[in-house]
Design a protein around this ligand. Sequence first.
Ligand code: FCB
Length: 489
Amino acid sequence: MTTSFPPGFLWGSATAAAQIEGAAFEDGKEASVWDTFSRVPGAVLNGDTPDVAVDHYHRMPEDVALMKRLGLQSYRFSTSWARIRPGDRDVNPAGLDFYSRLVDELLEAGVLPWLTLYHWDLPQAVEDTGGWANRDTAYRFAEYAEIVHGALGDRVANWTTFNEPFCSSLLGYASGVHAPGRQEPAAAIAAVHHQHLGHGLAVQRLRELGAQHIGITLNLTNAIPKDAGDPVDLEAARRVDGLNNRIFLDPLLRGSYPDDIRTDLADLGLTFGDDALVRPGDLEIIAQPLDFLGVNHYHDDMVSGHPLEVPADPSLVPADPHAVAGGIRSVGSPFVGSEYVTFPLRGLPLTGMGWEVNPSGLTRLLVRLGEEYPALPPLYVTENGAAYDDEVAADGAIHDELRTTYIVDHIQAVSDAIAAGADVRGYFVWSLLDNFEWGWGYGKRFGIVRVDYDTLERTPKDSALAYAAQIAAATDARAVDPASAAVLG
Ligand code: FCB
């Protein structure tokens, strides 16, 4: 099989503010929900916090130099609302200045900035007023977007509103596995809608301010029924497809919530009307034309409506039994109203997260999106990668064969999708650096560059070298293609 990519295809790597920056309470930054949640006993493995993370806040020039060395064409990072507008009060010039210096450093290194406004780190002060369950937060988000654009809009061309709203709504407010750790189904549904609204308002505002390349990043799945002849499995797959995919895609790309989801969630707060969750005019705001859709992909899922024959491995739950007096902090299902659904394994290889490795699932997903959504904008794979336990060899190298194979095979899967008609314009590996993996703390390593958590020293793993070679081969050492100039700004 050969890989082939269109001219201008963008090669990059991704990180997120709370996962790498550290400096959690420095230069005016105040707590985000992850700073607070990580202090809840049992919320994060080993009681790890993002306080220091990988100290990117202080090592940013070194990290950008590393990107340049690897030949990355683009860097997807997020800005921290709690750093830029601590407590959601006054703008913090020192916070904006950090991102301004980052953007300058990137441009100087020839690396295209790909900015995400929200990668899960709501200011704790906003959570204290109800967080995403509160409609007002959508308006606060649009104000924050305007502030960031005011400081960086002259140099940043690519704007993403939200990263994986599934996680920051359903995982954060229903299952409680992510910050703010609430387990309130109705609040989770409200969070879904208010993030959509915040997205639409921010897109409108960014357009008025002159931004041209605006999108959102979703994590989607292929909800494959275990037995396509079993109505129970078919129903479970419909529900997972609804709550993982269509509850996000349909409002954004079709301006409506799917009928079956409306029925399923009517009693859980998905209500419509003047005083309801979804108000007249909301869906028009939400369905703003988009310039791209970011797709994050790690695994897809087989779904059943029957209990698992082989129970899930308890070691694959990110809570530390030793940290909580009286036992494990219990977490629930994100599938509000459909909590009974199960995800049987298919006998595929598993990553260190226990996620199934199935590159053809990525091909299928990218192709299917174009088939199912006529208004689909161009796609970018904005995250893809794998955690494995790394070993440092005697010579200091990290021969991470499994991660390398995972990345190479998924790049092939993207190429296959393009050959089958999907309009995919770029690929970002997750992640540039080992980092704070949310509920797993520093226990799971996704980086193509190793970080020694004692010295904070960075060492490119074999996967980074392979990725660099892939970029060099695919781009044929050509400079950025003129066809993509509009994107590159
Ligand atoms: C995604 C997140 C990213 C990282 C990867 C492993 O869901 O967007 O921050 O945690 O998973």
